[in-house]
Unconditional design. Structure first.
Lengths: 113, 113
């Protein structure tokens, strides 16, 4: 298995809802990442997990809460989002935080209404 | 801050070589050059990376100038499926944000029949 699987592919949520995005990989990768991508913009790094521990939080608002329950899973919990948070959320993994290529999932397209 | 400069867009005829330039004049000695591409509505895809020697794999070749201030990604026989945004990324050693993939604006490559 050489893929990063993200679910759901599409999500519409209200500003008072709580939802979660899920990311899974079975490549034995020990680093996992969340990126946010607005339309016609490059991906922006949000969080980095290394060996299941949060190592980087790029000043992301607390309404986004990451979780890494085990080495294969990465979640992004969403609460009280704003319409401007609508974006494509991408998950990626790599063998470690050294010079390895990242494998990206296809993303979750989030719309906040 | 992105450390690279790329043309906003380029066209290439199908079957011809696509040569995508990237300037990274402030690159440090321990920083690598990475190339990723993103086909519409998909996650970014790793292409190739290098430090100072030229590199080749099944997808592309990476030519880095001797002073390492610029590089060129070469797709030897472009196909319509190579139409994508191509990102040139300078990445340092792990530890801190600069050790991760930070995307710039990229080059939109359009391969035309």
């Amino acid at each position: 298995d050489t893929e990063v699987t993200q679910t759901p592919k599409h999500l519409v949520m209200g500003m008072t809802n709580k939802k979660s995005l899920k990311c899974e990989q079975h490549m034995g990768h020990r680093a996992m990442y969340w990126y946010k991508q607005k339309a016609k913009k490059p991906p922006e790094l949000m969080f980095v997990y290394s060996y299941e521990k949060l190592s980087i939080n790029e000043s992301v608002p607390s309404r986004f809460s990451p979780e890494c329950p085990n080495s294969s899973l990465l979640n992004l919990h969403l609460h009280a989002l704003q319409p401007e948070d609508s974006a494509l959320y991408l998950c990626a993994s790599s063998a470690g935080q050294g010079h390895y290529g990242y494998t990206f999932g296809s993303g979750t397209r989030l719309t906040v209404v | 801050d992105a450390k690279t400069t790329q043309p906003t867009s380029m066209d290439c005829a199908e079957g011809r070589a696509a040569n995508l330039p990237c300037n990274h004049s402030t690159i440090s000695g321990n920083e690598y050059v990475y190339w990723y591409r993103q086909i519409h509505s998909q996650g970014p895809q790793y292409i190739i990376h290098g430090l100072k020697n030229n590199e080749t794999n099944e997808m592309a070749s990476l030519i880095i100038t001797e002073d390492r201030k610029s590089s060129t990604l070469i797709l030897p026989h472009a196909t319509l499926r190579d139409t994508a945004v191509y990102y040139c990324i300078v990445r340092g050693n792990y530890g801190g944000s600069q050790g991760n993939l930070i995307f710039g604006k990229g080059t939109k490559l359009s391969v035309k029949p």
